[in-house]
Design a protein around this ligand. Structure first.
Ligand code: FES
Ligand SMILES: [Fe+2]
Length: 417
């Protein structure tokens, strides 16, 4: 049971909120798809933790990440001209380069070079990995990037989307670790994939998730949480899937298809919005239509893949005719729309004190406990799980699925490091 005060602690991220501070001080934050940051194109507005920024790519590939407002007299640099390695403010023509220095201030006639060198510019370091651009907002020495299973060094293919979802970040995260909703909420999308791929061995895992509801077990790890779902299979054996939550932004899930692992990322835009990163990686990952866009005739917006239309007054575009014709949800564009619809329907920050959790919610309850404990111990001076400030760095193992023999334990199957 979550109290109102606990709900506030786990959800508020703006300003001095303890969780927002913890997140900014200990983790790289995903903020854009690499492919959406293109040199010489319009700068990208970014909002994180209730603050506005602007990002852009220089022709040499580097990414600039600046406070949105010009250091001169605070015009928005979202309006700026992209000029080679920097942005030129359209108001008075100051230019700020990709490293966060004012390099031209045409309005300053007295000793302009010295003047430029003395103007502070709020800017932050960016790192690209796995097709995603991540920013370090924590200040001080820039920490190493964690060893994620989809880091570029592993040479895997990545298919990734970004969406802006108008609800608090924790509703997104809880959707990402809520494995039980997959074959229910997304049943029409999954059935479509199964129809296409047939009963081949690479769909065995998905078919098993349809066959029976799982039992869940969870275990804390140095990086966050491991979640095992266990389903009874033939001959007293157990079908196992282990997903990993890398606190606080990333969930990796074995999806039961050959050659692909799902990734979810959640970045707080402010208290009532988050960025959702959703995709998959592997040697032969599913294509975008396969992974998410059920209707291939629709072209997704590369900067906002979710395409809910409307609001509560039109049930966010739900199509009842589709449902009469057999579709489970009436949202047939993508599984992401289905996730977004149910999350938005809860309201911007769901009141968790009014829920009634069932046995399928083991991982949800454990994650909440972990977040609350982490906030408390961080306030008392301890690093949180998976902090990139951890000496020696952070590694997130691959999630996996397997068939266990009777009596075999999933906890020994993979070392946690
Ligand atoms: S406000 Fe940007 S140059 Fe003046
Ligand atoms: Fe979902």
């Amino acid at each position: 049971m979550v109290t109102h005060a606990e709900n506030e602690l786990m959800t508020r991220v703006e300003g001095d909120a303890p969780l927002g501070r913890l997140m900014r001080d200990n983790y790289w934050v995903p903020f854009a798809l690499s492919e959406n940051l293109v040199a010489d194109e319009a700068p990208t507005p970014v909002r994180l933790f209730g603050e506005n920024y602007v990002a852009f790519r220089a022709p040499d590939g580097r990414i600039g990440f600046l406070d949105e407002l010009c250091p001169h007299r605070r015009a928005s640099l979202v309006l700026a001209r992209a000029e080679g390695d920097g942005l030129r403010c359209i108001y008075h023509g100051w230019k700020i380069d990709v490293s966060g220095s004012v390099v031209e201030a045409p309005t300053q006639v007295v000793r302009p070079e010295r003047f430029c060198a003395g103007v502070p510019v709020v800017h932050f370091p960016v790192h690209e990995e796995g097709g995603i651009a991540w920013v370090w907002l924590g200040g001080g020495v820039v920490p190493p990037f964690p060893d994620l299973p989809f880091n570029d060094e592993y040479g895997l293919q990545m298919v990734m989307t970004i969406s802006v979802v108008p609800v608090n970040w924790l509703q997104g995260l809880e959707g990402g670790i809520d494995s039980v909703h997959g074959p229910i909420l997304h049943r029409s999308a999954i059935e479509a994939i199964l129809r296409e791929r047939g009963n081949s061995s690479d769909t065995a895992g998905v078919r098993a998730t349809f066959a029976a509801p799982p039992r869940y077990e969870t275990e804390e790890a140095p990086f966050g949480l491991r979640q095992a779902s266990l389903r009874r299979a033939e001959d007293d054996r157990t079908y196992l899937r282990v997903a990993h939550l890398f606190l606080p932004f990333v969930v990796v899930v074995p999806n039961g298809y050959a050659g692909a692992t799902h990734v979810f990322g959640f970045a707080p835009v402010d208290d009532t919005h988050h960025l959702l990163f959703f995709g998959n990686f592997g040697e032969t990952p599913l294509s975008l239509p396969e992974v998410s866009a059920a209707r291939q005739d629709l072209v997704a917006d590369p900067r906002n893949f979710a395409s809910l239309e409307g609001d509560r007054s039109n049930s966010w575009g739900q199509d009842r005719e589709l449902m009469k014709n057999g579709h489970w949800t009436g949202f047939d564009r993508s599984a992401i729309d289905e996730d977004a619809a149910v999350q938005v329907s809860m309201g911007p920050i769901v009141d968790r004190s009014k829920e009634n959790l069932s046995s399928s919610d083991v991982a949800i309850a454990h994650t909440r406990r972990l977040i609350l404990n982490t906030i408390a111990t961080y306030e008392a001076g301890q690093l949180p799980p998976g902090s990139v400030r951890t000496p020696g760095g952070v590694r997130i193992p691959q999630p996996f699925d397997a068939v266990l023999d009777a009596g075999e334990s999933w906890r020994e199957l993979e070392p946690v490091s």
